[in-house]
Write a protein that binds this ligand. Sequence first.
Ligand code: SF4
Length: 332
Amino acid sequence: MRTLEYVLEHFPHLRERLEAERRAGETPIRRRTRAVLKIQDGCNVNCSFCSIPLTRPVMRSTPYTEVLEEARALVAEGYREIVLTGVLIGDYGPETGSGGPDLAELCALLGEIDGLERIRISSIEPTLVTDRLIDLIATHPKMCPHLHIPLQSGDTGVLQAMNRPYDQAFYLDLIRRLRARIPNCAISTDIMVGFPGEDEAAFQNTCFVVEQVEFCRAHLFRYSPRPDTPAETMRQQVPDPVKAERMQRLQHISKAAAQRYAARMLGTVERVLVETRSKLSGLMTGTSDRYLQVEFAGSPSLAGQLVSVRIVDVSPEGVMGELVGAVHSATE
Ligand code: SF4
């Protein structure tokens, strides 16, 4: 994270502006910006490490009329972005109670709500990313060019042991297709380290995928057995010190890869939903359509607004931008 001292040393032209804002004594404001809206529950994929199918095996989609009603209420409360969540969100559809639309169609309906500026899909299984969803994200101005697609492992053998319904080649091909249609599409992910049977070669396959994909963010977890799951009794459990050492290595690799991804945006103008002023750096901070946390010099009164920010610096401390202008609406 950047500190004020770091900002003043590396961006001296901001000194006057930041000091003027400090003198003006504007208090940091945190406006309502992003709301999470759950639209689906239950999962029957039966990943061998997961206990959810044991407790919530029945899949249910929230009727789309209720989703739209709730979304309108959130917009009326001041939220500009809605993050759609669910246990198996890609399964959203008429077979499980949506009342008609599948996920892509629901997003299109949400896109018609005035005042709702951004729609983000929180986490979707790789096998459930449809061509229609990709097309919608590529063409709809309110859809964020960002998907969270759990990888769990980059090794085909480990994926089989996890009972995940894809292999390394499928995952990499999906990312290739996404980025061919949606330039610089941000991909975040979940990765589990130390699943039973993960040897060094298998771990290296995960590192390979992380290097290739350049996730904008990767949530890394150490495998820990869940009661009554098939993985709990698998042989070849990985010792804790090995898991810890692999976690460390993967953290290092994924941070560097995320920085390379962010660096691809240098010089581009990104749409940022402004959240608050960083207490540490004194800069305003917000989240871009591509899920970058961006800091820039600006007035606290911008909190809650969509602004255009040019990306000017990417470093281990974060992503720095300069304000280009206000965006009034995604559809303008
Ligand atoms: S990890 Fe996700 S997809 Fe797999 S069983 Fe659990 S909830 Fe379902």
